[in-house]
Design a protein around this ligand. Structure first.
Ligand code: AMP
Ligand code: MG
Length: 341
């Protein structure tokens, strides 16, 4: 038997698509009561999916307990459990899904499968106050320009190969930098870039409305290995060229849709240079610029819980037997029933 909604309803959301395991607890009114994030930082190299999944399994109990404690909510007061069903890395997604299924069936409450990219947009709208924005979502795994149109978040432009965050991370590792909790590689590139002065030419690849970063990354790494330029100038050029590409595509989506807001989200949204480029484009089009605060811009459980609430209120739930993860679940495949109705 499923539990009936109590007066003060709560949703618990689990995020585990890649390197972060996170649990958020929100009231149905949209109050964030807890948003606990545990990041997996590889000792060497990029994210190994099975290593990241092992981290998630190890910290899951602790992160859940801390979320309940911070929220001041008992497990019995949870009315819905949501989890990121995709897109993401298989082993990581499955670890979060297993925790979500176990919790939902133990508590006897409905389960909601949330699209990770939709969640980034919805939490952005909640915390940055956007209503109907053009969204630039830039992270370690995704680079997407989207806007709501005819029942879905349509993809206006996206990367054809690697994500911009991944591009910055690979370059930084090639340069011998090591990320740590609280200081991601992208932030290190930003620090170095602030001391750069000379713009070094790099391939600028915008194809129609889509972007490509792999040739750009190869060219930057080759320049790095030649050792002719300072790391500061290389980081500066990397940011200027990559962020100009992102800004161009976002501007064209804005001009086409004539929306009145630009929303910047994802881990790379923390970058001040990217923020200022987008802000000036938004200004030129008389659009309001909204940037999602860091704790809600990077992968987090609060965004999963909030999107779970929106979906649940529109009768979207997921039977346990159909709750398999979807590694390649696209943003524009999801019917967004709660917008524009
Ligand atoms: P996410 O995938 O949303 O968890 O975000 C992680 C990505 O954001 C990684 O690629 C980070 O290097 C990147 N990132 C974090 N802070 C910054 C920053 N200040 N500038 C650029 N990229 C950043
Ligand atoms: Mg992450």
């Amino acid at each position: 038997m499923l539990k009936r909604c109590s007066v003060a309803s709560h949703c618990l959301g689990i995020e585990s698509t890649a390197d972060d395991f996170s649990v958020g607890i929100l009231s149905f009114e949209g109050k964030v009561l807890a948003n606990v994030i545990s990041a997996y930082v590889p000792e060497k190299g990029g994210i190994h999916p099975r290593e990241a999944a092992r981290h998630h399994a190890e910290v899951a109990g602790k992160v859940l307990a801390e979320a309940f404690q911070r929220a001041g909510v008992k497990p019995q007061e949870i009315d819905v459990v949501a989890f990121s069903q995709g897109p993401g890395l298989g082993p990581c997604l499955r670890t979060g899904a297993t925790a979500a299924r176990a919790l939902a069936s133990y508590l006897g409450v409905p389960l909601v499968g949330v699209n990770h990219c939709v969640a980034h947009i919805e939490i952005g709208k909640l915390v940055a106050g956007a209503v109907d924005p053009v969204t630039l979502y830039v992270s370690g795994g995704n680079t997407i320009v989207s806007a709501f149109e005819a029942g879905r978040y349509r993809v206006f432009g996206e990367t054809l190969d690697i994500a911009v965050g991944n591009c910055l991370d690979v370059f930084a590792r090639e340069a011998g930098l090591h990320g740590r909790e609280g200081m991601p590689l992208g932030a290190m590139v930003e620090q170095l870039a602030s001391r750069g002065q000379t713009l070094i030419p790099l391939p600028y690849t915008v194809k129609g409305m889509d972007l490509s970063f792999s040739g750009f990354l190869t060219a930057a790494v080759q320049l790095l290995r030649k050792g002719k330029h300072s790391l500061e100038d290389l980081c500066f050029s990397l940011q200027e060229v990559a962020f100009s590409m992102l800004t161009e595509v976002t501007e064209r989506a804005l001009a086409h849709t004539e929306k009145s807001e630009v929303l910047l989200t994802g881990g790379v949204a923390a970058n001040k240079r990217l923020q200022s480029m987008l802000e000036s484009v938004a200004e030129e089009h008389n659009a309001r610029f909204c940037v999602v605060p860091k704790q809600y811009a990077l992968d987090n459980g609060a965004m999963i819980a909030w999107t779970g609430i929106l979906a649940y209120q529109h009768h979207v739930t997921l039977p346990l037997e159909k709750s398999f993860v979807k590694l390649k679940w696209r943003l524009d495949e999801v019917p967004v029933l709660w917008v524009g109705g």
